[in-house]
Design a protein around this ligand. Structure first.
Ligand code: ZN
Length: 208
């Protein structure tokens, strides 16, 4: 699967996660020549080979679709607005309290705690946006995985196995605001929709 999608197979690693937790997980990271996919040992120990294949295909999707670069761009834009937010709110606070706090300007190191507080508030307010961006990438990688493997059932069962640390069936807004991955329910739903829509193709009705 990796070779079919232009990925060198020497960039795939196993992580010893079981020392620290029993979560099943995998990820892709790195840039340019250093990009690699890591599967943790919990995944390899707790899943069927077909489920591991489905997860592998999902990670290949992140990698093959170049989502890391897209993410860097999004984060650069979000941070830029964050600095603008701090710039404006810092100036407002300084006008009112600057003398009492003995802070000269935004370049004064004494203002660092205020700077970090304001940036923290901004990042907190941006939580749904950040989660939405990450989640949209996850949905694309899910689709990529099922398209590559034609294993919607394995994708559904491995999604349910993440229920040890991820709530299966959150409310609509709960998922929109707080989830950086689709909920297991959404993933099973997507996999089953794929299966229903693709059934004629899988049955060979549309082949030559
Ligand atoms: Zn992912």
């Amino acid at each position: 699967m990796a070779r079919a999608n232009g990925i060198k197979t020497d960039h795939i690693y196993q992580v010893n996660e079981s020392k620290q937790s029993d979560r099943i997980s995998a990820n892709v990271s790195g840039l340019f020549g250093t990009m690699r996919i890591a599967l943790n040992d919990n995944l390899l120990n707790q899943s069927t080979p077909v489920e591991v294949k489905a997860v592998m295909a999902h990670e290949i999707g992140h990698y093959a679709m170049g989502q890391i670069y897209e993410m860097l761009l999004y984060f650069a834009i979000i941070f830029m607005f964050g600095f603008l937010f701090v710039h404006w709110t810092f100036a407002g606070l300084l006008k009112r309290y600057g003398e009492g706090w003995q802070i000269r300007d935004i370049g004064d190191i004494a203002g660092w705690p205020v700077f970090m507080l304001l940036f923290g508030i901004y990042m907190f307010l941006m939580t749904p946006v950040l989660n939405g961006i990450v989640r949209s990438h996850e949905v694309k990688a899910d689709q990529f995985a099922i398209n590559l493997t034609h294993q919607p059932d394995a994708w559904a069962t491995i999604a349910m196995k993440t229920s040890t640390y991820r709530k299966v069936n959150p409310g609509y807004w709960e998922e929109v605001i707080f989830y950086d991955h689709p909920s297991p329910r959404s993933r099973v739903w997507m996999a089953m929709n794929w299966k229903a829509a693709m059934q004629p193709v899988l049955d060979g009705q549309l082949s030559e």
